[in-house]
Design a binder for this molecule. Structure first.
Ligand code: CA
Length: 225
């Protein structure tokens, strides 16, 4: 995940950043509430915020409130040193998704982040990546496909197949590659299934279906956008 830590304790901030980076997260660190707010609103691609409540300028609670007021749907994990019911309620009221009481074990933080990332993926309001190719648009977050202004209903398998093709425009995808990427691991299917689903997919996309080109003897290619 792409994370932002807002923590004024320099030792804790650096330690968290290092541990999270070792876990292959991309991590930004801010030490003030205002700095954190600005980065959360302006840096592209940040998915979750680890937010300390006690900050030198504006509190973490205020940062969370301001973020929600501005329409941000970033996942927020609040860190609080004060283990009182009142603080927890205030933290969640201000728009945090979860909270952790200091001191905490890194494993605990890591588990909470995993839970948050799972939740944000399934949240129906989440705006995911939009893949666009000609008139075809696929919204990964909303799991919606449209051709021009027309919404197209796809089965989960057709959706995954189209997603794979849209992710590699102009590239030839072999049937094997498409099977690996679009079918769940361990499901027994034949290569003919790929041809059958491509046929359904083209049919549902109408004229735009012609953007899925057959590369004879090899596989399929989504036309370059
Ligand atoms: Ca602090």
């Amino acid at each position: 995940m792409h994370l932002l830590i807002v923590e004024d304790d320099p030792k804790l901030g650096r330690l968290l950043k290092r541990l999270l980076e070792e876990d292959r997260h991309l991590v930004e660190l801010e030490t003030t509430g205002r700095g954190g707010l600005e980065t959360a609103l302006e840096a592209p691609g940040i998915e979750a915020l680890i937010l300390d409540v006690g900050l030198p300028d504006i509190s973490g609670l205020e940062v969370a409130t301001k973020l929600r007021e501005s329409g941000s749907s970033l996942a927020i994990l609040m860190l609080t040193a004060r283990d009182t019911v009142g603080d927890r309620v205030t933290g969640l009221d201000s728009g945090a998704d979860d909270y952790l009481v200091k001191p905490f074990a890194y494993e605990e933080l890591s588990a909470r982040l995993r839970a948050l990332s799972r939740r944000s993926v399934v949240a129906p309001t989440r705006v995911g990546t939009r893949l666009v190719n000609g008139p075809i648009a696929l919204d990964e977050g909303l799991r919606r496909v449209s051709v021009g202004t027309r919404t197209v209903e796809l089965s989960p398998r057709e959706f995954s197949l189209l997603e794979c093709l849209l992710r590699h425009p102009g590239q030839v995808m072999t049937r094997d590659q498409l099977l690996d990427l679009a079918w769940p691991y361990g499901v027994a299917v034949t290569l003919n299934a790929v041809d059958a689903y491509i046929h359904y997919l083209r049919d549902k996309l109408g004229e735009a279906g012609a953007r899925i080109e057959t590369v004879r003897g090899v596989g399929y290619r989504m036309a370059a956008p």
